[in-house]
Write a protein that binds this ligand. Structure first.
Ligand SMILES: Cc1ncc(COP(=O)(O)O)c(C=O)c1O
Length: 432
């Protein structure tokens, strides 16, 4: 009955003995072993998404002149950092906190790129000590870097350009439009480049990001055109870098079209940049893509226990043991999710329910009105496409302890983040 939801899960998802398995792991058994809410990440799915980017960049841009920077804001942990190092890609860190996680897990400075719309003195110090590139958001930041450069050599600097156009997506995740809080307009970039020349600052690239969760690359064309016009005018000495950011989308629900093709996205971007450079007589830059969600969202699945069922005012609620505190996306953007029961997922005895969490907000709902097999208290449900912008936005609301995270690999499970404890909740407090 719900077979059309399977493609939302990692490719290695199967139903065996009437149970949901991912990469040969029985998800109900994993939930019993590690407790719920539980986040599972399928290593094979992450590798497969990364390989799609790598092979498309090789095919359409050319060997060895591109970079992939995983956007750590999507989900960051020590294991993700190790995966980045093993795959020789870069990591986008926002601020000293993410830099600290990367440094702890051994990501080399050369592979760390530092973003941030409002970098504090602490962020800038961490970026100078432990990164290969700082993406400068504004002129105040540039001024501060000029002062800091007197005491310490700076990493390479790229300038964040606000192209004045965004991709089509929820307004909360648009970033490139005129008046967005991110980046500098044309006039400010001109000033920044002149300032870098005067102050001998190592500016080597231009970056822009027009938004997240888009599937039509067309507006990127506008960003690329404006960026290349600017590069033609300002010029870069020697090798230079261009990053049209990340944001490539992914399907969250069976009613959406399947995942947009990474191959076609890269083909589109590469062709436009090549053509644009050719028309303007520019040498080809090193091309950097900055995906977050399209690398890890599908690999992650969240698993919850149904604690209570109730019907009130004609509406049936399945009250599960997580929600807004580990996944704020429905509350933030009205994100629409799908779901499977982990045992007998395709059972034909169905009911319509809404899945809500235990927290004291009416907005603590993960899914409104979904058909599922008739649920019983104590059963588990699995929500696909949970790998990005859940845990990285998770909170301790109502004393929630952030969930455990396990990695699935060829029938084996490994705990990569333990569940928070009450001790974690009180460790920062001082009793007076
Ligand atoms: C500068 C920048 N790069 C990359 C990303 C990654 O976006 P996504 O996870 O949608 O690919 C974001 C997301 O907000 C971003 O702000």
């Amino acid at each position: 009955m719900f077979e059309n939801r399977i493609p939302l899960f990692p490719k290695k998802t199967t139903i065996e003995h009437d149970q949901l398995f991912i990469n040969q792991v029985d998800i109900s058994e994993a939930a019993k072993q590690y407790g719920t809410p539980l986040y599972v990440y399928d290593q094979a799915e992450m590798d497969s998404a990364l390989n799609s980017y790598k092979s498309a960049l090789d095919k359409y841009w050319g060997i060895d002149n591109w970079g992939i920077t995983y956007a750590g804001k999507a989900y960051l942990s020590s294991h993700i950092c190790q995966w980045i190092t093993a795959n020789e890609i870069d990591l986008d860190c926002t601020g000293a906190g993410e830099i600290g996680i990367a440094a702890h897990a051994g990501v080399s400075a050369a592979h760390i790129k530092v973003h941030g719309v409002n970098k504090t003195a602490e962020d800038l110090a961490a970026a100078i000590q432990y990164s290969g590139t700082i993406i400068v958001d504004n002129l105040t930041e540039l001024n501060r870097l000029a002062v800091l450069s007197k005491a310490n050599p700076l990493p390479e600097l790229w300038l964040r350009f606000q192209p004045g156009s965004s991709v089509q997506t929820h307004s909360f995740t648009q970033t490139g439009h005129a008046g967005s809080k991110f980046g500098m307009d044309t006039e400010q970039i001109r000033f920044a480049v002149a300032f870098c020349k005067e102050n001998n600052l190592p500016v080597t690239g231009l970056h822009f990001h027009q938004g997240s969760q888009f599937r039509d690359p067309e507006p990127i064309g506008d960003g690329i055109t404006r960026a290349l016009d600017l590069v033609k005018e300002i010029g870069f000495e020697g090798d230079w870098h261009l990053s049209p950011g990340g944001g490539w989308g992914i399907a969250y629900h069976e009613t959406e079209l399947p995942d947009p093709s990474i191959d076609q996205y890269i083909q589109f971007v590469a062709a436009l940049v090549k053509e644009g450079c050719d028309q303007r007589g520019l040498t080809l830059p090193k091309l950097h893509l900055e995906p977050g969600r399209s690398l890890v969202a599908r690999a992650g699945v969240s698993v919850y226990e149904v604690n209570a069922l109730k019907t009130v005012g004609g509406k049936t609620w399945a009250l599960i043991d997580g929600g807004l505190a580990d996944n704020p996306r429905h509350a933030l953007y009205g994100a629409r999710y799908s779901c499977l029961r982990t045992n007998s997922p395709f059972s034909s005895e169905t009911q319509q329910v809404s899945l809500a969490g235990p927290y004291c907000e009416s907005g603590d709902v993960l899914i409104e009105d979904i058909d599922l097999p008739k649920l019983t208290e104590g059963e588990f449900v699995a929500i696909p496409v949970s790998g990005a912008y859940h845990l990285s936005m998770a909170s301790n609301y109502n004393g929630a302890r952030r969930p455990a995270v396990i990695l699935l690999h060829d029938g084996k499970t490994t705990l990569i983040q333990r569940r928070e404890t009450i001790k974690d909740l009180i460790d920062r407090d001082h009793l007076l």
